[in-house]
Write a protein that binds this ligand. Structure first.
Ligand SMILES: C[S@@+](CC[C@H](N)C(=O)[O-])C[C@H]1O[C@@H](n2cnc3c(N)ncnc32)[C@H](O)[C@@H]1O
Length: 230
């Protein structure tokens, strides 16, 4: 068995690109919801994107004029190569780091970012690491800043084995645009790397970090988008 937790992203970005282009994880709907939320933020924004992947949706979430600084980090050099093209419109305000998201977050300056955004990456971390994520987000957020989390989440009362069963079942029956081999790759990744929490657990972790205002921006099956603020 492959022991690299994000093998599918490190080795190739092609399968995940197919997932995104078929909107299997509802990137389109969540990008619209996040973009609407950020319309009301005065900007220009300092934007930190943790586990940015190829940053394909950032241009749909914020316009070039809205961003003062975009810092994205990811462990996959393949994804970051693609991200560089996708972020061309933001010019020299873009910084991309091939590094672990928690170490980037720990080194982020205090009181600096208006938005800490993470889409479909946090579920790779343990619950203790997720707590560190919220604590460090709180430290680096400016006044009125927000954490935006898009991710797979357990239904309340659902446990991980039940989630793996149902999600992998949905991949088998509904992700028909993928080849059988690609579906197998995705299912192996999910079984090894998905450690989702319920929305209630995320709210508790955010609350422990002093982020007491929690708002759901959208939900599509296990896929959810949330905003956390002081
Ligand atoms: C499902 S992709 C999501 C990419 C993009 N944010 C999106 O919404 O499409 C998950 C990404 O998280 C990255 N990742 C996983 N663990 C990470 C970590 N500890 N630090 C940084 N990136 C990580 C993977 O390399 C992958 O690119």
């Amino acid at each position: 068995m492959n022991t690299d937790p994000i093998y599918i992203f490190r080795k190739t970005w092609a399968t995940y690109q197919k997932v995104i282009s078929n909107n299997f994880m509802f990137h389109r709907e969540f990008s619209t919801a996040v973009s609407k939320l950020l319309e009301s933020c005065p900007g220009p924004l300092n934007f930190l994107d943790l586990g940015c992947g190829d940053a394909a949706h950032i241009g749909k979430i914020v316009s070039s004029g809205q961003v003062a600084e975009y810092c994205g980090c990811d462990l996959s050099p393949h994804a970051l190569d693609v991200a560089l093209n996708n972020l061309e419109q933001f010019g020299i305000r873009v910084k991309l780091l091939c590094r672990d998201m928690l170490s980037v977050l720990r080194e982020a300056p205090e009181n600096h970012f208006d938005v800490v955004y993470s889409s479909y990456a946090l579920h790779h971390l343990s619950v203790e690491e997720k707590q560190t994520f919220f604590m460090e987000c709180r430290r680096t957020l400016r006044e009125n800043g927000c954490v935006i989390l898009v991710d797979v989440m357990l239904e309340e009362g659902e446990d991980r084995p039940a989630y793996l069963d149902s999600y992998n079942g949905a991949v088998a029956t509904q992700w028909e645009a993928l080849t059988p081999y690609e579906r197998e790759q995705v299912q192996e990744h999910i079984s090894n790397c998905d450690f989702p929490e319920t929305p209630t657990v995320y709210q508790k972790l955010a609350h422990n970090a002093g982020l007491n205002t929690c708002r759901r921006l959208g939900k599509k099956t296990w896929h959810e988008a949330w905003c956390y603020q002081v």
